[in-house]
Design a binder for this molecule. Structure first.
Ligand SMILES: Cc1cc2nc3c(=O)[nH]c(=O)nc-3n(C[C@H](O)[C@H](O)[C@H](O)COP(=O)(O)O)c2cc1C
Length: 98
């Protein structure tokens, strides 16, 4: 699974939520390239309170269960984003238990 936190262009660059944490003491929400493991790691760091998911939710209608059960995410198809029809929005599968 692609993750902002694991791409080389993002290495040694402060995470946005680490920059905002000293400036905002309220509930801090962030998003962008997280998977279940990196989301849990970010919250556990104490620098962010909530991780939101955008693109993975489009491709994984059962995203909360996948995170809970540590099931890999179905990759999203960028080509179907911002389209005017249901393709790429209502036809991704839920996971099947073997
Ligand atoms: C199809 C699509 C529509 C989006 N629409 C909005 C929007 O209306 N407002 C907004 O703040 N972010 C919007 N986003 C950005 C997401 O909220 C999120 O910040 C971004 O996808 C990064 O998180 P992710 O890596 O979990 O996808 C959109 C993203 C996608 C792919």
């Amino acid at each position: 699974m692609w993750s902002v936190n694991s791409t080389s262009w993002h290495e040694n660059v402060p995470k946005a939520y680490e920059l905002f944490r000293p400036l905002w003491k309220g509930v801090l929400v962030t998003a962008g390239g997280f998977d279940g493991a990196s989301a849990e790691e970010a919250v556990a760091s104490g620098n962010v309170d909530v991780i939101a998911f955008g693109r993975p939710f489009i491709a994984n209608p059962d995203l909360p269960e996948r995170i809970r059960l540590k099931i890999p995410f179905t990759p999203y198809n960028r080509a179907t984003f911002y389209g005017g029809e249901e393709k790429g929005y209502t036809d991704y599968p839920i996971h099947t238990v073997a």
